[in-house]
Write a protein that binds this ligand. Sequence first.
Ligand SMILES: Nc1ncnc2c1ncn2[C@@H]1O[C@H](COP(=O)(O)OP(=O)(O)OP(=O)(O)O)[C@@H](O)[C@H]1O
Length: 634
Amino acid sequence: MAWTDMITESSRKPTRPTRPSYVPPPFRNTATTTSFGYPTESMHSGSFSGAVYGFVRSSTSQPGSSRRGGGRSRGRGRSGSQRWPSVNQNFNNQRLVDVSENFDELEITEDDGSNINTKENSAINFDAYEDIPVEVTGSHIPPPVNTFTEIDLGQGLNDNIQRCKYVKPTPVQKHAIPIAVAGRDLMACAQTGSGKTAAFCFPIICGVLRNRFQTAGSGRGRSRMAYPSALILSPTRELSCQIHEEAQKFAYNTGVKIVVAYGGAPIVQQFRNLEKGVDILVATPGRLVDMIERARVSLGMIKYLALDEADRMLDMGFEPQIRKIVQQMDMPPPGERQTMLFSATFPLEIQRLASDFLSDYIFLTVGRVGSSTDLIAQRVEFVQDMDKRSHLMDLLRARKADGTHGKRPLTLIFVETKRGADALEYWLSMNGFPAIAIHGDKVQMERERALKSFKSGMTPILVATDVASRGLDIPHVSHVINFDLPKDIDDYVHRIGRTGRAGKSGLATAFFSDKNIPLAKALVELMKEANQEVPLWLSQYAENLSYGGGGRTKRYGAGRFGSYDFRGAYGGADTSADSYASSSAYVDAVSASTGYTAATDDAGYSVPATAESHSVASHGYEFDHKSVIATGWD
Ligand SMILES: Nc1ncnc2c1ncn2[C@@H]1O[C@H](COP(=O)(O)OP(=O)(O)OP(=O)(O)O)[C@@H](O)[C@H]1O
């Protein structure tokens, strides 16, 4: 059983009583929120009058045209002549019924919506993503967009994008959203903190809304069995909760019902939430299997499947559960559902596994596969185990003295073991550093409390195992410390990715000891790719010791951008010769080059899981595949 689902349900704290009106956290008035959370900017409410769905551009297919029976139907239902029915016309008078009553983060307030707040997304540093390389391979690739309004997402979703203060799409969104809205399967790899959640949520919400006007919708009314039309799987409870919250924010006032299901919380309450209707189910694998086996959830109506942190979901820990959910239950097969896989890291062997779940998919990389962003300043210090605590204290004192930018900076410290996390939490607290630990041996309520206390700044130091390494989007984490380095470089990438998010800068410090020598080569490679200064001693370890470098080279190839699609690597398919270096030429150039994608050679799809194919795929980087290079966001 995965650690995510090992906590007993009895630990969950009782559900709070339902109050009348639910407002997702980002839209709440600061004055009405609790002491948790940073103050947010007030949003203008003038544009929030009703949601009348319209179309930005026309197409020939019918809305919600069936994807079943008659083979794969590409391009889900856009019609220039159809107007989408209005769902919730009056923002101020709306009372949302889609309330997840058991999730502490989602408060139910009396807010009438007149003072809506959101995170400081307008402060995103888009310039930080200039010159980010983009590669897309596959057949008939829909061109990228430069603005959200170029994509036919529907008025309700567009309103919510504005409410979130998403002024323009991030690079991964520019490419992934048009691909997904066109109904294509997608394997997408983009750096931590680059907006992947919205990249899969927007197309799903948009698709659910379109289908809703064709079908009964909301997956309820038949029986106690829930029939979601979209499933988003993620590896941890906290990440599922976060995706749920984000998705609710994006679907605000559209009537799309989103339910979260995860272990460690009372299943009965989650059943109740499902009974109220569900369009999009966000779940951890263990809890979902449980629900399916109790005949409370059917996957028979799934049209959209998204795996966040897909490489983690398909590694040894989760793969059997994922295969069970995706291949052995009643979920429609690839080609009849749309499947989207997202992560910041995608080892080739996982790509190969993942292709079982996909049909004629497009592979998208934004930034180097498995790379960290150069927004994160990476420091590696040689510290023997016995000296780590005193070194940590020096570091924390120095940072405290720095008084980072007037805001209370948060520090996330990663350790190897659960016991180690508890011990370090205790030691830090005893030494005057307010710290709290999160790991898989804590009951869910404690985990949530720890995260909340950290997010709020009440406890500015979080000591964590890898439970907190993936996906969590916590504002103001200014420093990630790898007190114990992970064994796998991908885990390092995800850990340090808790800082330096959404174009902001961050600092990551690693304590490197003798035990970490096998990681040296991979670490050096990663740091060089991210334009970081590599200490001489670390380079020497990397050069002199032949420990295999933690598998980075083996898993991703040489540290250069391009040709990471394992289909290309194995099949040797050509991905065209275009490359673009000017931002002004970018969209036209990419649009014009939709033929640049001849990488859909079936050889790549039918690779048997043999050692030979594996190793060929793993060493595919000698092929000179060309890539489309996107520079700049506009
Ligand atoms: N278009 C946008 N404009 C402004 N902010 C955005 C935009 N898209 C996403 N963000 C913000 O960027 C932050 C990071 O997004 P998100 O958590 O989706 O990243 P991610 O790529 O999934 O990261 P990870 O790999 O760690 O899971 C979030 O706070 C999100 O609200």
